[in-house]
Design a binder for this molecule. Structure first.
Ligand code: FPP
Length: 234
């Protein structure tokens, strides 16, 4: 990687293709998700080292609950085991873990593991890993609207106070806008991922499946980002 590269402040990754990665190897979909989770761990350490301040990842959409129960159960257990032990290396590397999404209908075990890792890493000052779990971009906008309406009803704010800053403060997390959104595995969709935050993001699509999206593949995305001319509408 070239030392003079601009490093995006906030990167989003739609981690797609775990299932296909597994099927191509004659493995189960669960093994694909496991490989994806291991890759996320390595990638997060790499981005932390590069100085990326915020990494948002799409781990489980609200729509993913429509998948077979066996796959949903596997993913929920995978999250618990990752948060309880596998991500210890992230804690040791100063990564702060946050979550975006609705709590309902996540089970108690998952919610407890989420709280534990959030609490354990809350004073870390390295990369912020924002895990979108039971997340939907439209639901986030609905939930933000309800929070702002409640503030208005309770006379905490006036209509004139509603601006981009207030909206951002009432999203699941108050993060800077996305600079770069990466989607692996060849699909060219946003799939309800942080569309408000992605308003001025650059997009990078690759056919590489998420478990294979390693440091070298990330460097290619970074090179592409560095060639873009960002005008922000100006
Ligand atoms: C999409 O690939 C991937 C998911 C629905 C799950 C993503 C989860 C991980 C990478 C694990 C993350 C772990 C933690 C601890 C946050 P797909 O299954 O839809 O793949 P396919 O389109 O090839 O079937």
């Amino acid at each position: 990687m070239n030392e003079n590269m601009k490093i995006p402040q906030h990167i989003g990754i739609i981690m797609d293709g775990n299932g296909r990665w597994a099927t191509r190897r004659g493995l189960t979909r669960s093994e694909g998700h496991r490989a994806g989770a291991d890759n996320l761990k390595s990638l997060c350490l790499y981005l932390n080292k590069l100085g990326v301040k915020y990494l948002s990842v799409y781990a489980f959409s609200t729509e993913n609950f429509k998948r077979e129960k066996k796959e949903v159960d596997y993913l929920m257990n995978l999250f618990v085991s990752m948060f309880k032990k596998e991500f210890n290396v992230l804690m040791d590397n100063n990564v702060k873990v946050l979550f975006s999404g609705r709590k309902e209908p996540l089970n108690k075990k998952v919610l407890v593991a989420m709280d534990e890792i959030k609490e354990a890493t809350k004073n870390n000052t390295g990369c912020c890993l924002n895990i979108c779990l039971n997340y939907g971009g439209q639901s986030e906008i609905v939930d933000m609207t309800k929070k702002i309406c409640a503030l208005y009803k309770e006379n905490v704010i006036e209509l004139e106070d509603i601006d981009v800053t207030l909206i951002n403060k009432n999203l699941y997390q108050d993060l800077p806008p996305l600079d770069l959104v990466i989607r692996t595995s060849g699909e060219l969709r946003l799939s309800n991922f942080m569309m408000y935050q992605a308003s001025y993001a650059e997009f990078y699509f690759t056919d590489t499946l998420f478990p294979d999206f390693n440091e070298r593949e990330f460097d290619k995305a970074l090179e592409a980002f560095n060639k873009r001319n960002r005008t922000f509408g100006g």
